[in-house]
Design a protein around this ligand. Structure first.
Ligand SMILES: Cc1cc2nc3c(=O)[nH]c(=O)nc-3n(C[C@H](O)[C@H](O)[C@H](O)COP(=O)(O)OP(=O)(O)OC[C@H]3O[C@@H](n4cnc5c(N)ncnc54)[C@H](O)[C@@H]3O)c2cc1C
Length: 386
């Protein structure tokens, strides 16, 4: 067993870390404060060659593995969780899903502009009344000649307000539960699509999250991903990778909070000594470090297994390990960020210090891509074989 990253993985991680330090860290506070995505930032991400990081080079991607994508997510999240989230929705939820499940013709049409960053991607699954119970989505798609007429509302969609291409889940057979779900590629220029509102969030500000309306939206039948009523396979495969990938979002935030805490604990003097010399502060730092290291191993293992599953390896293990990785990492990140605020005392509660942003951003990790409760259900079901 080799715990070292390959040279290729290290080079990628270091180049993204360099970019994040120079280009993202200085603007992260402004992105959060203004709830604004800076002009030209998508192009900068595209220049790094990461917009279609896991996409086959045949369609304009970098052809890298899931671990590479997870490393990029970690480094971006260290500087700006909002940027990591929006990039992840584009590169993973949209591009990686299309790369894994779309037809050759669909990939040739939709992936190249997504990989260059000319188009922005998203994924629309959640609805106002169907979050954890994703199989219960109410958006309907009814066949009408060579089109489907789609009606419904999608909620909390990352990049939704700015997306060009959306992987959209619908119900084509309302009475059949999981067997009535169909996935489509939605071009947001199709008639009947609109953005109802951009949501005002406590964290990940700058990453646009929206409510989307589909009112008699016309989607060509050729835009079905896979087959009619077989969308559940697309959804489940995508969620495993999403969890493997999204774990490092929380990991990156925890690492940033930890780094700030070490710096502050060494600088802040009370009772004539740096607070780092007090054992109760040392205990917090030691626990933060331990949680981060444990989470990293879980996340990287999940990413490596997600890749193996993609290549036809064992599926079940990735299902439980990716749920366990994101479950542990997201809760660890919340604890680490809370301790980071505590170590900063009153200053930690002020907007001038970044730890409060990490604290707010980390919370999404226990909600998005399935909540902590749902992740526990998945792990329990898998280990019990139920
Ligand atoms: C910032 C942000 C970005 C997002 N981006 C996307 C996106 O790009 N695309 C997308 O499709 N979705 C996205 N989501 C939606 C996200 O996946 C859902 O919020 C999540 O799945 C939870 O659904 P819900 O919010 O409806 O909560 P609910 O499902 O209503 O859950 C409420 C509470 O009940 C608990 N609960 C529910 N069922 C059970 C159960 N069986 N047992 C125990 N507890 C249960 C939950 O764990 C939670 O604590 C995003 C959400 C946010 C906040």
């Amino acid at each position: 067993m080799d715990f070292n990253l390959s040279d290729e993985h290290r080079m990628l991680r270091d180049s993204i870390a360099n970019f994040a330090e120079k280009e993202l860290k200085p603007i992260a506070e402004e992105i959060d404060r203004e709830d604004h995505w800076p002009e030209g930032l998508w192009q900068k991400l595209a220049d790094l060659g990461i917009m279609g990081i896991t996409v086959d080079p045949l369609y304009g991607g970098a052809g890298a593995d899931i671990l590479s994508a997870a490393l990029v997510c970690e480094e971006l999240a260290k500087a700006s969780a909002a940027v990591a989230l929006s990039w992840g929705a584009h590169a993973n939820l949209c591009c990686n899903n299309l790369n894994s499940h779309a037809s050759d013709a669909q990939k040739r049409k939709y992936l190249p502009p997504l990989c260059t960053g000319q188009h922005i991607g998203a994924l629309g699954l959640t609805e106002p009344n169907a979050g954890s119970d994703a199989v219960n989505i109410q958006t309907t798609a009814k066949r009408n000649g060579d089109h489907y007429v789609v009606n419904g509302t999608k909620m909390f969609i990352t990049n939704g307000p700015i997306a060009d291409t959306i992987v959209l889940y619908t119900k084509t057979d309302k009475g059949s539960g999981a067997k009535g779900i169909t996935a489509f590629i939605l071009d947001t220029k199709f008639p009947g699509f609109s953005v109802s509102k951009k949501l005002n969030k406590v964290g990940n500000r700058g990453s646009a999250t929206g409510e989307l309306i589909l009112q008699d939206c016309m989607i060509p039948a050729e835009n079905i991903i896979g087959q009619e009523n077989k969308g559940i396979a697309v959804m489940m495969g995508g969620l495993d990778v999403e969890r493997a990938f999204f774990g490092t979002y929380a990991l990156g935030i925890a690492e940033a909070a930890f780094a700030e805490s070490i710096k502050y604990a060494k600088e802040r003097v009370q009772f004539g000594k740096p607070i780092a010399s007090f054992q109760m502060i040392q205990q917090k730092l030691a626990d933060m470090y331990t949680g981060i290291e444990a989470a990293r191993l879980l996340c990287y293992k999940a990413a490596i297994l997600a890749d193996a599953a993609k290549k036809g390896g064992k599926g079940t293990e990735v299902h439980q390990i990716s749920a366990a990785a994101i479950l542990y990492t997201a809760e660890m990140a919340c604890r680490v960020c809370e301790e980071a605020v505590q170590i900063h005392g009153g200053y930690g509660y002020c907007l001038e210090y970044p730890v409060q942003r990490f604290w707010r951003d980390a919370k999404l990790g226990t909600i998005g891509a399935g909540t902590s409760e749902i992740r526990r259900l998945i792990v329990a079901r898998e280990i019990l074989g139920m």
